[in-house]
Design a protein around this ligand. Sequence first.
Ligand code: FES
Length: 362
Amino acid sequence: MAAPTFNQLTINSIRPVTGNTEDGVALTFDVPEPLQAQYRFIPGQYLTLRAEINGEDIRRSYSICSHHTDEPLEVGIKCVEEGQFSNYAKTLKPGDQLQVMTPEGRFTAKIGGVNNYLLIAAGSGITPCLSIAKSVLTDEPESRITLLYGNHNTDSIMFRKDLDNLKNQFTERFMLAHILTAEKQDAAISNGRIDTEKLNQLSEHKLIDPTSYDAIYLCGPQAMTEQCTEALLALGADKERIHFELFTTGKTQAAQQQTKKTRSKDKATGTPVTLVLDGAERTIQVDGDNETVLAAALKAGLDLPFSCAGGMCCTCRCKVAAGDTEMDLNFSLADWEVEAGYTLACQTRPKSNNVILDFDAT
Ligand code: FES
């Protein structure tokens, strides 16, 4: 598996993600012919965008919202208060260029077959679900999708027109339910937030049947995905069929700092760590009490693959080929990956000498 790489892509078009550009924008990119193979994606994957903003090198991950083969590469960027990249994105125009990493992510739906899907999204969590819905409904002609989409009110619904179009085009196979917290809808069951109680109500009314889905995709804040996972399991869903992606975690930066402060004291400081990337080896010193491997590598001028730096996206996944390490946080590696020795460089600190982290390991 090739390490993800950045390429300079030109923005082809920009559109608002709601009725108001201030809420965020969707960007489509022109992908030159020689790069097209690298930018093929599986529905559910994301792109990491990178730009220098006010002198700082900023990168952020945004999910692709397009059909996996028939539409231009498009990401949805929801504006967040004081969000450096999302506010910058609103100033972009067609013809501008951005550094765009090749698609990454394992919150994916492999298209093919006859399947029954449940998608649950909140806010900007709709972006990967939209790509999955477009691709499944078009390319799996007998598959069905139920999408529960939580928002504040009608005006804050992202990609509303796209969703309405899908609903009109695939009336028989696409069930879309908007669940709104701050706007009363005619059907009482559509009011409130997507949580345990809501899933239980929907199940009681036979609007969802968690035992029947071939795949369930959850995308939104950590509290929602955790609560919904538990509720779905209690309602009989198969754990192996539940996939989730976090857009935000409940951990604040302060909490993450605290995690670092309370870490065990037996870590080595200034430990040599060897990094293997694209066949080349480079050894850096990592002060495990004060920095992660990723932080030390960036300080040393190495260009390791990373995006969120928060343990959520998995872009910095690598394998511990030698030595002992520990992670601060892990929101994206599966249990089997941790058991197999994979780690997240943005969360990893050495616990012994002679640690080797292999970014080329598949
Ligand atoms: S950069 Fe996202 S998990 Fe490490």
